[in-house]
Design a protein around this ligand. Structure first.
Ligand code: SF4
Length: 447
């Protein structure tokens, strides 16, 4: 019952590695070697991989790889809160995220029947599925009342349900807390804040840190990937790259090595709110401290003042992060900091983050990524609307806008126009270009 990491270390190429290699058109031996080195993960709980004949919906996981030799991946967070809680609503959000092309889903539910929500979502989720188990430990309890037994039972149960990766905030230590004194935004991670409260109340070390070897045993048994959570991530650009963030990162680096030693796959979570000029340093120091383990960043948001548009601030930071070292971008929706997202927000967040990821992949010259841009550009130049729309990251929105434009110029049937409402026919440079090209060709043919 070895993990993907342990099998890769023996030189074997698993079916999961082959699946990822084919999906990304990358050599399977390279993926195996990166996996063995801890620089790539394939989060795939053994139980989620299995087909489950008891339900027609659950057909087994489609494994995805996360690492620098592959395309940058995108995660969508969904989940209930204590204020808004509906299983149907979460299914709708998950479907919106999947149809927009998210690579993974995280269920961050804190309201309602968490088991029912998780099991319902997992049964319909063919992509890697993550959770933050400490949320369930705290639900319906005062944080002071949780203990090691409660935490381990919940982690075991969620492992048995088929979760593929767990956010574990084991790197927040009691001795890090005084470093927060001068912060503008304190601790913004829910898990980090609750664990800090527990440590101060009991005057004890973080239980996730204390139990880390036990956690490794459970995660290795199911081959669940650690996502070592950044409980002290900056929640304001003024707090970025401060002593608390770096102190926690150093502990996470030690935990990464310990978990990998025990055969567990590990990725590391990162900031947060980071000014654009500090992103490169943040990516490089994580890669250095955490031995090249894949970096999973939340944004980062490059300014704090764009409430209502934080999918844009995070996409700007996301491109820089993925260019300089991150492998995995957690989306941010327009409703970040303002309320629980709905399905439309989820869709907008996934698309913005996919743009960020793709832009970085093109800039770092990842094989084949710029080909789609080239195909679309050729189609756009040829006024080939069908290909133009189909190659877009969000064909649904592109087609809707094009239809509206066609109506404005009196064309009902698509795709047939040789201009659009933006410039009008007389000013359409693409149409004029085509005329120039045809004239040049005629001259060449006659001469
Ligand atoms: S009218 Fe302007 S925007 Fe529209 S296709 Fe022509 S050049 Fe492009």
């Amino acid at each position: 019952m070895a993990t993907q990491l342990q099998i890769a270390r023996t030189g074997t190429i698993t079916d999961e590695v082959k699946f990822v290699a084919e999906a990304e058109n990358v050599d399977a031996a390279l993926i195996r070697d990166e996996l063995a080195a801890g620089r790539l993960v394939i989060p795939a709980n053994k139980l989620h991989l299995k087909a489950n004949p008891s339900t027609s919906l659950r057909t087994g996981l489609r494994p995805a790889g996360i690492g620098r030799v592959l395309t940058t991946k995108v995660n969508a967070n969904i989940g209930t809160s204590t204020v808004r809680c509906s299983v149907e609503g979460e299914i709708e959000k998950m479907k919106a995220a999947l149809s927009a092309g998210t690579d993974t889903i995280m269920d961050l539910s804190t309201g309602g029947d968490l088991d029912q929500i998780r099991e319902t979502l997992l049964a319909q989720c063919l992509v890697p599925f993550g959770t933050v188990p400490i949320y369930e430990a705290i639900k319906d309890r005062n944080v002071e009342d949780i203990d090691n037994k409660i935490i381990l039972e919940i982690i075991e149960k969620q492992a048995e349900q088929g979760v593929d990766f767990f956010t574990i905030h084991a790197g927040v230590l009691r001795e890090h807390l005084p470093l927060l004194e001068n912060r503008v935004a304190g601790i913004v991670s829910r898990g980090g804040a609750l664990l800090a409260k527990w440590m101060l109340y009991h005057n004890k070390q973080n239980p996730l840190y204390e139990m880390f070897d036990d956690l490794c045993s459970i995660l290795a048994e199911y081959d669940i990937c650690f996502s070592l959570g950044d409980g002290l991530r900056p929640g304001a650009i003024a707090d970025a790259t401060d002593d608390a963030q770096i102190a926690e990162l150093k502990t996470i680096g030690e935990l990464t090595a310990r978990a990998q030693e025990k055969g567990c796959q590990v990725m590391v979570e990162g900031p947060g709110h980071v000014p654009f000029d500090q992103i490169q340093y943040n990516m490089e120091i994580q890669q250095q401290i955490c031995h090249g383990a894949p970096f999973y960043v939340l944004g980062p948001l490059v300014t704090d003042i764009a409430a209502g548009y934080d999918h844009i601030t995070s996409a700007i930071g996301g491109t820089a992060a993925a260019f300089y070292g991150a492998s995995f971008l957690c989306y941010v929706t327009p409703r970040e900091h303002l309320g629980l997202p709905d399905a439309d927000d989820v869709r907008a967040g996934v698309i913005a983050t996919k743009i960020a990821a793709h832009a970085a992949d093109v800039a770092r010259g990842l094989k084949g990524t710029a080909e789609r841009d080239r195909r679309l550009s050729i189609a756009r130049t040829n006024l080939d609307w069908k290909t133009h729309l189909a190659e877009s990251l969000d064909p649904q929105t592109a087609e809707k806008m094009h239809r509206q434009a066609c109506k404005e110029i009196g064309i009902e049937e698509l795709p047939s126009t040789d201009y659009c409402s933006m410039c009008g026919r007389q000013w359409c440079s693409l149409r004029i270009n085509r005329e120039i090209k045809n004239s040049v060709q005629r001259i060449a043919d006659s001469g």
